[in-house]
Design a protein around this ligand. Structure first.
Ligand code: NAI
Ligand code: MG
Length: 480
């Protein structure tokens, strides 16, 4: 273990410029309105426990009024608008996200717990990029799908999780608008604030009222959106359990559905890989965003003859990771999103220990308040361990070894999920061999967690179906 303990002076990002209202209504038909349910709940900063705002809890009547606004905007305005005019609005949203990026990044970190470095350098710019990218497609759908007469579907109900609140909103809204659909979107209950900020941006961009409606609430609100008879398309990102409920509840209707669910990605290091680079990639792959990432590289496979070296280097690197205040620019690992999620991670830490695995955590100090978890390795894991098979969604990495390519392919695929994977090797032929044999929607080679609006993302098996991003991401919103 390294004797160095790097001390950095605190480098907090200012948060006094971030404008958070004491209370938010529902964004329906172009303005914020009080919920008909008359119900509100509090949203907090998971790093401090501080209450940030009161959020409306949309009931069934509120869902009805949001869907009605989206329907009216679709029939009367959006469907008829020339595509190049639609594109201008989408471009405008992208530009205003850029203009307000600092405030959005700070609020994302305050409400979600992720390090400011990530919300500033990844979430917010990537969200803007998605709007830019899909704005460009809006008037080129006939070129994207020649002779297919692409037609919009109508009203899209979109339900998103708490791990990338603004970015997931962009992933959902941008392609829906570009293809001429209108939207009712619900952010996750713990992270509503940047979606509500996006509602303000959409309002300030003069998007015709009702084209985008953003409503807040819990699972019941989401279920009311899914079951609403006037919804044509459902896009969901979240847990596999809720994905299955949604799939059942729309069986027999003609609603279109895309699901982006859990993951348990394999990150595979061969003995010919550039080891230091691979170690850094593995660290990024699992500890990025506290492991709250569906495509997190949560299962490490190391070729047996280099296992000792890799594990020793991982431990040394983990000892230097800074866990703490999400608003500090030096922080590597921020706060766990909620008490519920921290309880789930702690439960799996117990399970791994009971399964007899060797556990490693650096001896860093966690802040006294808020929800935090040390980065963790489970060494000597086996295929049958629950910590290997089940999604933990936290900064926890299992380590298995392998001898041959065939063995690692079989182990990597032997899991209910298939969202993503990573391969580290110096040999191009091994990369091509694995990209065709790993049952995963995305396979990164000698890198990890790289995203671009032009490349499609999505899963196999219980990780869901349908693609988001790229030209493929237009299809779920069109009749072809
Ligand atoms: P969740 O699936 O319950 O929540 C995701 C979204 O679905 C939220 O907006 C929620 O309000 C909504 N929702 C909940 N129940 C619903 C229903 N019956 N009908 C319609 N919408 C509903 O996920 P949760 O409980 O926040 O996290 C549980 C686990 O799911 C995590 O520990 C993690 O393993 C996994 N997860 C995976 C994500 C991914 O990106 N694939 C994102 C978030 C969680
Ligand atoms: Mg849930």
């Amino acid at each position: 273990m390294s004797k160095f303990e790097w001390k950095y002076a605190a480098a907090p990002e200012a948060s006094n410029h971030a404008k958070i209202d004491a209370r938010y209504g529902l964004f329906i038909n172009g303005k914020f309105v009080n919920p008909l349910s008359k119900k509100y709940y509090s949203t907090h900063n998971p790093a401090t426990g501080q209450k940030l705002s009161e959020i409306a809890e949309a009931g069934e009547k509120d869902v009805n009024s949001a869907v009605a606004a989206a329907r009216q905007a679709y029939e009367k305005v959006w469907k008829k608008m020339p595509a190049k005019e639609r594109a201008k609005y989408i471009f405008r949203i992208a530009r205003v996200i850029q203009e307000r990026s600092r405030e959005l990044a700070v609020i994302e970190s305050m409400n979600g717990g992720k390090p400011i470095r990530e919300s500033r350098d990844f979430d917010v710019p990537t969200a803007a990029n998605h709007f830019f990218y899909y704005a460009g497609w809006a008037d080129k759908l006939d070129y994207a799908f020649p002779n297919k007469k692409p037609k919009s579907l109508g009203v899209a109900a979109q339900i998103i999780p708490w791990n990338f609140p603004l970015l997931m909103a962009a992933w959902k809204i941008a392609p829906a608008l570009a293809t001429g659909n209108t939207v009712v979107l619900k952010p996750a209950e713990t992270t509503p604030l940047t979606a509500l900020k996006l509602a303000e941006i959409i309002r300030d961009c003069d998007l015709p009222p009702g084209v985008v409606n953003i409503i807040t609430g819990f699972g019941n609100t989401g279920a009311a959106m899914v079951n609403h008879p006037d919804v044509n398309k459902i896009a969901f990102t979240g847990s596999t359990d809720v994905g299955k409920i949604i799939q059942k509840s729309i069986a027999g209707t003609d609603k279109k559905l895309t699901l982006e669910l859990g993951g348990k990605a394999a990150n595979i290091i061969f003995d010919d890989a550039p080891i230091n680079q691979a170690v850094e990639g593995v660290i990024n792959g699992i500890f990025f965003n506290q492991g709250h990432v569906c495509c997190a590289g949560s299962r490490l496979f190391v070729q047996e003859n280099i296992a000792e070296e890799v594990i020793q280097k991982l431990k040394a690197r983990m000892q230097t990771l800074i866990v703490g205040d999400p608003l500090d620019k030096n922080t590597d690992i921020g706060a766990i999103n909620s008490r519920e999620q921290l309880d789930k991670i702690n439960y799996y830490l117990k399970v791994g220990k009971e399964e007899g695995l060797e556990i490693y955590q650096p001896n860093c100090k966690l802040p006294a308040n808020g929800f935090y978890c040390k980065p963790t390795l489970f060494i000597g894991a086996a295929q049958s361990n629950r910590v290997v098979q089940e999604e933990i969604f936290g900064p926890v990495l299992t380590i298995q070894t392998f001898r041959t390519i065939e063995e690692v392919i079989e182990k990597a695929n032997n899991i209910p999920y298939g969202l993503s994977a990573g391969v580290w090797t110096d040999k191009g032929s091994k990369i091509f061999n694995l990209t065709t044999k790993l049952r995963a929607g995305v396979v990164w080679a000698n890198t990890y967690n790289k995203f671009d609006p032009s490349s499609p993302f999505g899963g196999y098996k219980e990780s869901g179906f349908g693609r988001e991003g790229g030209l493929h991401g237009l299809m779920p919103y069109l009749n072809l």
